[in-house]
Design a protein around this ligand. Structure first.
Ligand code: NAD
Length: 282
């Protein structure tokens, strides 16, 4: 592959609130608060302007420190965090949100997500009402959900006021989620892909991915990320390796052919990396 040094310019998507969100951001799952500072710094230097964390990742203090030390203006950044399952419910959500802001050292969040629907607890409607209040107060610019299936989304649409801006779901060539993506498109909900690289497993060794990488003089990870961007998904690849952090954002100046897209679309197996949202908390 040809070495590249660009500070990449990532396209934005426009959310249903009118806010703009970078189509490619930096995920920080499974990195400790101490270890996350350096990768976030590297990501900001490389041109990432969107960071995806969660209360459950327990690294908000490190993310906040890297942001504060970066010198990047707050209004240029798009920070996402997520409400953890045990904090669902109206009052608990309000408390958890305050704690997240304190941990990150920020005065507002760009996108706050309900991390999992936890249908068995049946608290996500009350939780959403607290999200709506925080949104109305301007402390959260955009509110969304994660791991919601169509019936969970339908209940929100039917019984609450604000349509989620985003649903962040497991999505990669092995699990392409056509039904959810179509539902999102119909209702103006942006699709955000977690584990966009299939968490770096055998997907990146697949011949369809490797062949396309060779043809385009790119890496397998870049091919998979380009596939997502082509579909309109927001992606948040994670890495702690500086060269990979830079490689993963350097995906905006080439296109896949229709043959590449067909080959990648043929990789669907329906296999999940994470739990089924209907089962977790059932
Ligand atoms: P990912 O698909 O981003 O894969 C990350 C792994 O892929 C890395 O740990 C590394 O092993 C490998 N990798 C990264 N760049 C590579 C490259 N250029 N070449 C080769 N291998 C490479 O998986 P992820 O971390 O699970 O998902 C990304 C982000 O999504 C997370 O960090 C987190 O922010 C978010 N997430 C959200 C949920 C949710 O429930 N909402 C669940 C999981 C992850």
């Amino acid at each position: 592959m040809t070495p590249r040094t660009a500070t990449a310019r990532v396209p934005d998507v426009t959310l249903n609130t009118g806010a703009r969100m970078p189509q490619l951001g930096f995920g920080v799952y499974q990195i400790s608060a101490q270890d996350v500072v350096e990768p976030v710094r590297t990501a900001l230097d490389a041109g990432y302007r969107s960071i995806d964390t969660a209360t459950a990742y327990r690294n908000g203090a490190g993310v906040g420190r890297a942001i504060a030390e970066s010198g990047v203006a707050r209004e240029e950044l798009f920070v996402t965090t997520k409400l953890w399952n045990t904090d669902q419910g109206y009052d608990a959500t309000l408390r958890a949100f305050d704690a997240s802001l304190r941990e990150l050292g920020l005065d507002h969040i760009d996108l706050y997500l309900i991390h999992w629907p936890m249908p068995g607890r049946d608290l996500y409607l009350d939780t959403w009402k607290a999200f709506e209040k925080l949104h109305a107060e301007g402390r959260i610019r955009n509110i969304g959900v994660s791991n919601f299936h169509i019936p969970h989304l339908r209940r929100l649409l039917d019984e609450t006021d604000v349509i989620p801006a985003v649903n962040q779901i497991e999505l990669h060539p092995r699990l392409q989620q056509p039904g959810l993506r179509a539902f999102h498109a119909e209702h103006g909900i942006t699709t955000e892909a977690w584990s966009p690289l299939g968490r770096g497993t055998d997907l990146l060794d697949n011949p369809a991915v490797r062949d396309a990488a060779a043809r385009h003089d790119r890496t397998p990870a870049q091919i998979v990320l380009r596939w997502h961007l082509h579909l309109g998904n927001v992606v948040i690849p994670k890495s702690v390796t500086p060269a990979r952090i830079r490689e993963n954002i350097d995906v905006v100046d080439f296109d896949l052919t229709s043959d590449d897209l067909t080959a990648l679309s043929g990789l669907e197996t329906g296999t999940r990396i994470g739990p089924d949202p209907d089962v977790l908390g059932a």
